[in-house]
Design a protein around this ligand. Structure first.
Ligand SMILES: Nc1ncnc2c1ncn2[C@@H]1O[C@H](COP(=O)(O)OP(=O)(O)OP(=O)(O)O)[C@@H](O)[C@H]1O
Ligand SMILES: [Mg+2]
Length: 275
């Protein structure tokens, strides 16, 4: 269980802050903490990539460093281009901040996004609908579906903006898309499900991102997300065309990418037929 697990020691100065960083998730490559920037009232997300003891130290240092720099570079560029991603606050790619033994990892501190990941929003929505959809009248059902459709359309639009800026994400899933909670003066939705789909769509986790303007890379980005939605959110899958719609409206190059998406889908189908 999570409380049995002991994450690796944090690099300085994060081993010495009050309050201490709070471990949120532990992915394949890194650990995500909630901490603060300069002042405890300014929350920040801290991504730590510890060094991997089983890798050759020089290779390990190079890989860890490359990934964190790549991620920071993409985020910085995207902020500049007006794409909705967390701003970079600080980073250390040398990993010197640790104990005497030499820490060797790298970290990236970024703006804290206050809100849920889309995976949780869709999961909650689908769970409610599965249990209670039959209690809704036709108009309510329509309204509920419309909210999710609109969310997918906004996601498509944001991904379009990302691609337009010359970056492909490389790992688009609903866990890597967040909704920034709306400010207090926004009127809250009142819906039967009680699951809000409000908030600005924010893309996160650029650990596998790269700079590319190739239709193939862009189409694969969309295909990966399409497959992820198909397998984790079956009730939302029929609304995928809304995402495509939002994407199409986002920039001029979208049409050729979407043509390419048809090819990528075809290849995917062939591959799954061959088993
Ligand atoms: N800027 C942020 N603000 C708030 N929460 C965040 C932020 N960045 C990440 N998170 C939370 O932490 C989780 C993990 O972050 P992220 O997806 O970047 O790491 P990961 O999947 O472990 O990364 P990688 O695949 O690069 O190893 C996210 O799903 C999200 O819940
Ligand atoms: Mg992730």
């Amino acid at each position: 269980m999570a409380d049995e697990y002991k994450p690796p020691a944090l690099p300085a100065p994060f081993n010495n802050t009050n309050p201490a960083p709070e471990l949120l998730t532990q992915g394949a490559e890194g650990h995500l903490y909630k901490t603060f920037s300069l002042d405890p009232s300014i929350p920040a997300a801290l991504k730590v990539r510890p060094s991997k003891p089983y890798r050759h130290p020089i290779l390990d240092r190079r890989l860890t460093r490359q990934r964190i720099i790549q991620e920071a570079r993409c985020l910085t560029k995207l902020i500049r281009e007006g794409v909705s991603v967390p701003a970079v606050l600080a980073l250390d790619w040398e990993g010197q901040g640790g104990d005497e033994a030499g820490w060797g990892g790298a970290w990236l501190m970024m703006e804290w996004i206050d809100g849920p990941v889309v995976r949780v929003v869709l999961e909650q929505w689908e769970a409610w609908m599965k249990k209670n959809a039959s209690s809704l009248d036709a108009a309510q059902l329509e309204q509920e579906n419309a909210r999710v459709k609109a969310l997918l359309r906004r996601i498509g639009k944001t991904i379009g903006g990302l691609h337009k800026a010359g970056v492909v994400h490389g790992d688009l899933t609903t866990s890597n898309i967040m909704l920034r909670l709306p400010t207090e003066d926004t009127e809250a939705e009142t819906t039967p499900t009680g699951v809000s789909t409000q908030g600005e769509v924010v893309l996160i986790d650029f650990g596998l991102a790269s700079q590319s303007a190739q239709d193939e890379d862009r189409a694969v980005d969309l295909y990966v997300l399409e497959r992820a939605i198909g397998s984790t959110h079956p009730r939302s899958e029929p609304f995928m065309e809304e995402l495509v719609h939002g994407y199409r409206e986002s920039h001029r190059g979208a049409t050729t990418t979407l043509k390419r998406l048809e090819d990528v889908r075809m290849r995917g189908r062939k591959r799954s037929m061959l088993g």
